[in-house]
Design a protein around this ligand. Structure first.
Ligand SMILES: [Mn+2]
Length: 294
């Protein structure tokens, strides 16, 4: 067998998410760190989230009440971190796409732990889902941000929609600009605002879910949570979902076919530990939900 993208672009790490010991070959779901934050425009440091979440996920208890299993019993492996090219987002996303594509070709589901939200561009293009569900306080629909930058954490969804590879829905939006709302309307983007989620809860999300075909890809920008639950994110916004509200929505995905997911924008240098443990809970639940039988 020749040299694969995994050999070239994935580096094993000394610690693993949830202290997982399984080999990648024996896993149905592969977790991959994406330690990259070169386009972060406010608080930098999400490149440290994979290593922080490995530490925090090893310190929290791993019993999953809903399924009656320990997380280490599920067929999950930690492959390590993508080797990023800091300052070169296009090159880094290309590596991510090739690594994700290689895991998919070997029949694995993929969970990417960012790092900044640009990762979803590379990961979805390697995963080829039919639908993408994004949980985010923001729409990330600016054409350039900052001025002159077409590829950044604030424009990645705009770039994806330049030539949409799949259906897209954004959930939990509460912080935007007129430009983004005009773009959303012109691009006919499906989205639920934070208020719609709060007022209609499962009803609103189920309505959106019923329009989306499997396989799904799920992207969680942790800033969708109220900063009370997740203070350590790159771009915090006032208000937001509680962790329980987000987790309840994620469990509505149980039984759907999920080929990949990601968790983005945790910024450990700005955190008191709350964003890290909240993200670990999201990572644990999304992992087992993606593996749950139909
Ligand atoms: Mn965001």
């Amino acid at each position: 067998m020749g040299v694969s993208a995994i050999d070239l672009y994935v580096l094993k790490t000394p610690y693993r998410f949830f202290e997982l010991e399984r080999d990648v070959d024996e896993a149905d779901l592969v977790l991959l760190g994406f330690p990259y934050d070169s386009t972060s425009s406010f608080r930098v440091g999400s490149r440290y989230a994979p290593q922080a979440l490995r530490a925090y996920s090893s310190a929290i208890e791993g019993y999953v009440w809903e399924l009656g299993i320990e997380i280490t019993e599920a067929k999950i492996a930690d492959a390590g971190d993508l080797v990023a090219v800091h300052g070169d987002t296009a090159a880094t996303l290309k590596r991510l796409r090739e690594v994700v594509r290689t895991f998919r070709s070997r029949g694995k589901k993929v969970g990417v732990v960012g790092g900044e939200h640009t990762l979803t561009l590379g990961s979805t293009s390697g995963c080829c889902p039919k639908s993408l569900i994004v949980f985010d306080a923001h729409l990330d629909l600016r054409d350039e941000y900052p001025y002159g930058q077409r590829l950044s954490h604030a424009t990645w969804l705009r770039r994806l929609l330049d030539d949409p590879p799949c259906a897209v829905a954004v959930v939990g939006v509460r912080a935007t600009s007129r430009e983004e709302l005009e773009n959303a309307k012109r691009l006919d983007l499906t989205f639920l605002t934070f208020k719609q989620v709060k007022e209609r809860r499962a009803g609103a999300f189920n309505d959106v879910l019923s329009t989306l075909s499997d396989p799904l890809y799920v992207s969680v920008d942790v800033d969708v949570l109220d900063p009370a639950y997740a203070p350590g994110v790159s771009t915090p916004e006032p208000l937001g979902l509680t962790l329980q509200e987000l987790i309840d929505e994620l469990w509505l995905l149980r039984g759907r076919e999920i080929s990949g997911f990601d968790i983005a924008e945790v910024c450990p240098p700005c955190d008191n530990g709350s964003a890290c443990v909240s993200a670990c809970k999201v990572l644990m639940d999304l992992s087992v939900i993606s593996l749950a039988e139909r």
